[in-house]
Design a binder for this molecule. Structure first.
Ligand code: HEM
Length: 139
C-alpha cells in the first residue's frame, strides 16, 4: 500500500537523504522530504537533521506538535517506508558487556576503606620520625 507520494522506500534509501538540502524523515511509517521546509521549521533544521537515518516518530510525538504542524505534513509526504527494512530499536541500552556495576562499586569501596586505614598510619609514622629527628638534634 503506497502513501501520498505513491512510493515505497527502503529504510536504507531514506537514510541516505541526510543533508540540509536533501533531508528525508520517517514518521509513523510515512516518508517526508522536508528539504524545502528546513529553513521554515520553527524547531530549526538541526533537529530535523538529527532525526535522519532513524524512525523519527517518537521524536516528532515527544515535541507535542500541534494540529497546524500535522496539517503541513501531507505537503512533504513522498511515500511510505517498507516496514520490514526498518531496524528494530533496542528496548534498553547495554551499558557494558563485561563489567558488573555492583562488582565495580564493591571493589571501589574496598579500595577506599584500605586508603582510609593506610593514610593515617603513614601520617602517624611520619610524625614520629620527625619527632625523633628533632629530639636527636637537640640532644
Ligand atoms: C514533516 C515533519 C515536521 C513538520 C511539518 C513540523 C512542523 C512544526 C511546526 C509547525 C512547529 C511549530 C509548533 C507547532 O505548530 O507544533 C514545529 C516545532 C518544532 N518541531 Fe517540528 N515538524 C516536523 C518534524 C519535526 C521533527 C522530526 C522534530 C524532531 C524532534 C521536530 C522538532 C520540533 C521542535 C523542537 C519544535 C519547537 C517546539 C517549541 O519550540 O515549542 N519537528 N514543528
Amino acid at each position: 500500500m503506497a502513501g501520498a507520494g505513491g512510493k515505497v522506500y527502503s529504510f536504507q534509501e531514506v537514510s541516505e537523504h541526510k543533508d540540509r538540502n536533501d533531508c528525508w524523515l520517517i514518521i509513523a511509517g510515512k516518508v517526508y522530504d522536508v528539504s524545502p521546509f528546513m529553513e521554515d521549521h520553527p524547531g530549526g533544521d538541526e533537529v530535523l537533521l538529527a532525526c535522519t537515518g532513524k524512525d523519527a516518530t517518537a521524536d516528532f510525538e515527544d515535541i507535542g506538535h500541534t494540529e497546524t504542524a500535522k496539517e503541513l505534513m501531507p505537503k512533504y509526504c513522498i511515500g511510505e517506508v517498507d516496514a520490514s527494512t526498518v531496524p528494530a530499536k533496542p528496548a534498553y541500552r547495554v551499558v557494558s558487556e563485561d563489567v558488573n556495576p555492583k562488582q565495580e562499586a564493591a571493589s571501589q569501596g574496598a579500595w577506599l576503606t584500605a586508603m582510609q586505614l593506610v593514610v593515617p598510619v603513614v601520617l602517624l609514622g611520619m610524625a614520629f620520625a620527625l619527632q625523633n629527628f628533632a629530639k636527636a638534634r637537640t640532644e
